[in-house]
Design a protein around this ligand. Structure first.
Ligand SMILES: Nc1ccn([C@@H]2O[C@H](COP(=O)(O)OP(=O)(O)OP(=O)(O)O)[C@@H](O)[C@H]2O)c(=O)n1
Ligand SMILES: C[C@](O)(CO)[C@H](O)COP(=O)(O)O
Length: 244
């Protein structure tokens, strides 16, 4: 861990955006005259550590190749689940001759407002770790656990009720970029595949093997376009970031 490792950046953009619910994949939503995907590439381009980017896109994607990006781009085809898209990206990076001790940085196309200072911060943290590091924010709200019950007075609908309040002192919300050692990432993704696990980020794969991943506090501006309401927030955040 004394030698400065190479950084291989990948953006996963093979999802459909079903919760966002638009007719086009959400990474091609326009904000500030560019698609989210172009913004996300540009953010990585502002990092001193990144000089090219792998885009993982859906097999039927014909949009990415028509766009201009602020970094040299190469492509891989993603899978049905997010982790399978990451795995396809990891294979492409491995095949390009990367060393197992190199770092792989994974970023969501749908997080176009990540401050570049946070990207460099999580890379520097990962350099000091045997497995990797992720950006995250401490949970800000009071958290409730719930149960549901059928309510006859409400046409037998399932209504949610509060069960209890969850202690949030150790709760973080995961963001991207997430940065890992290539060899270790290959190993944990193989484990996920062999055990048919369901995971929503790569840090979860390391958790299944009890391998420590460092949490790096990130900006709350680094939101993900997930639901329609997020577009309003994201537009406001990008407007403010571009005006400074
Ligand atoms: N099979 C998949 C699923 C997701 N992603 C990418 O992972 C990022 C974050 O995932 P998420 O917000 O869950 O995106 P979607 O899967 O597109 O959204 P949804 O779950 O609402 O369908 C996005 O940039 C998305 O394109 C991917 O590359 N491959
Ligand atoms: C990777 C991720 O963006 C971290 O927040 C996230 O896990 C993607 O999946 P989610 O189901 O939208 O949380």
């Amino acid at each position: 861990m004394n030698k400065t490792p190479n950084i291989h950046a990948m953006i996963v953009a093979a999802g459909r955006g079903s919760r966002f619910g638009a007719s086009i994949a959400k990474q091609y939503t326009m904000l500030q005259e560019q698609t989210l995907l172009q913004h996300s590439v540009a953010r990585l381009g502002h990092s001193d550590y990144i000089n090219k980017c792998l885009l993982v896109v859906a097999a039927d994607d014909s949009t990415a190749q028509e766009l201009e990006f602020e970094l040299p781009i190469y492509y891989a085809v993603g899978g049905a689940e997010r982790w399978q898209s990451v795995q396809a990206g990891v294979e492409a990076i491995s095949e390009s001759g990367a060393d197992d001790s190199d770092l792989v940085l994974i970023h969501d196309a749908a997080r176009p407002a990540v401050p570049s200072v946070d990207i460099d911060r999580v890379i520097k943290a990962a350099m000091r770790e045997p497995y990797g590091a992720i950006l995250a924010t401490p949970a800000a709200d009071t958290l409730k656990s719930s149960y549901q019950k059928i309510t006859p007075t409400e046409e037998d609908r399932l209504i949610s009720y509060v069960k209890c309040t969850i202690d949030r002192s150790n709760i973080w919300q995961a963001q991207t970029p997430q940065v890992f050692r290539l060899g270790q990432l290959k190993r944990v993704l193989r484990y996920v595949s062999e055990h048919q696990l369901s995971i929503t980020d790569e840090a979860s794969a390391f958790e299944h093997l009890a391998l420590p991943i460092r949490l790096v506090p990130g900006s709350r501006q680094n939101i993900k376009l997930t639901y329609p309401d997020d577009a309003i927030l994201l537009a406001a955040i990008l407007d403010i970031q571009f005006s400074h």
